[in-house]
Design a protein around this ligand. Structure first.
Ligand SMILES: Nc1ncnc2c1ncn2[C@@H]1O[C@H](COP(=O)(O)OP(=O)(O)OP(=O)(O)O)[C@@H](O)[C@H]1O
Ligand SMILES: [Mg+2]
Length: 253
């Protein structure tokens, strides 16, 4: 593995029966980097995430995550990576704090320590006073915050977000993105962010990769704070990404 790369994907292909979902993909994510994977529906984003998480094996090529093959050494990555999904996937019969502490309990942390940590993380994602509420008593945005707190609570090196902000309205989504970004930077997390929303990527990522089916990199762009402060630069990047995603500029919202 190249020094500094937490994720390395080399010439990976994946077929489902006769369908080629990923065709010779090479990409990497450096330690501490936030990389966005963009692409329209069916581009292969989730498939790439599953390959990197080790929940599915590549048909050919090589993947290394934190120095190991994520599929062959799936258990070695336990506790090292977390994922938060588009739907919050919280357990309805557990309260907010009980959902957040779950990962810690699974990793064998003592109950009191897990509880204290879970409460800390709920506060860090700005959820106060909801610890003992059940999932159905929380708004969609709050649930997504609980889901992020759960992902962060195990103190993973790597965090995967699969459309975590996509189902929220724009205002809620923006607030959550900004809070997550601040936490990711403060705690030096490496993140792979999967999204079909260009704004999510432009706001959060150090680098954005646009996939077009079968998971080919159609465009790669770097985004830094200087670019983020320049509306013209951002408009250009937005247009470039939209074009690579095969979108008409007018259809973007
Ligand atoms: N287990 C599977 N069996 C067969 N085909 C699959 C399987 N998983 C994914 N595919 C196919 O691979 C392609 C890529 O799917 P994938 O879910 O990775 O896309 P995506 O970019 O995540 O899309 P979305 O934005 O809708 O989530 C699709 O054509 C899909 O039908
Ligand atoms: Mg997907």
């Amino acid at each position: 593995m190249t020094q500094g790369n937490l994720i390395e994907v080399r010439e990976v292909s994946k077929t489902f029966g006769s369908y080629l979902a990923v065709d010779m993909l090479s990409m990497h994510v450096r330690r501490g980097e936030i990389v966005a994977l963009l692409g329209q529906t069916g581009a292969g984003k989730t498939t790439v995430l599953n390959l990197i998480m080790g929940t599915t094996a590549p048909s050919s090529g090589k993947i290394t995550v934190a120095g190991v093959d994520p599929y062959a050494s799936f258990k070695k990555l336990k506790g090292l990576l977390s994922v938060s999904f588009q739907t919050d996937r919280l357990l309805p019969w557990r309260t907010a704090v009980e959902n957040v502490e779950l990962g810690l309990l699974i990793l064998g942390k003592p109950k009191a320590q897990a509880r204290a940590s879970a409460k800390e993380w709920l506060a860090r994602v700005r959820l106060v006073g909801v610890d003992d509420k059940y999932v159905h008593e929380l708004s969609g945005g709050m649930r997504q915050r609980v889901s992020l707190a759960r992902a962060l609570a195990i103190n993973p090196q790597l965090i995967f977000l699969d459309e975590s902000f996509s189902q929220l309205d724009h205002v809620t989504s923006r607030a959550l993105r900004s809070d997550f970004l601040q936490i990711a930077k403060e705690f030096d997390k490496t993140c792979l962010l999967i999204t079909h929303r260009i704004d999510d990527a432009l706001e959060m990522a150090d680098r954005a990769l646009v996939l077009s089916p079968p998971a080919k990199i159609a465009l790669e762009v770097s985004i830094d704070d200087k670019a983020r402060e320049d509306p013209n630069r951002m408009a250009t990047l937005h247009a470039q990404i939209a074009a690579a995603m095969g979108e008409e500029p007018a259809t973007e919202h």
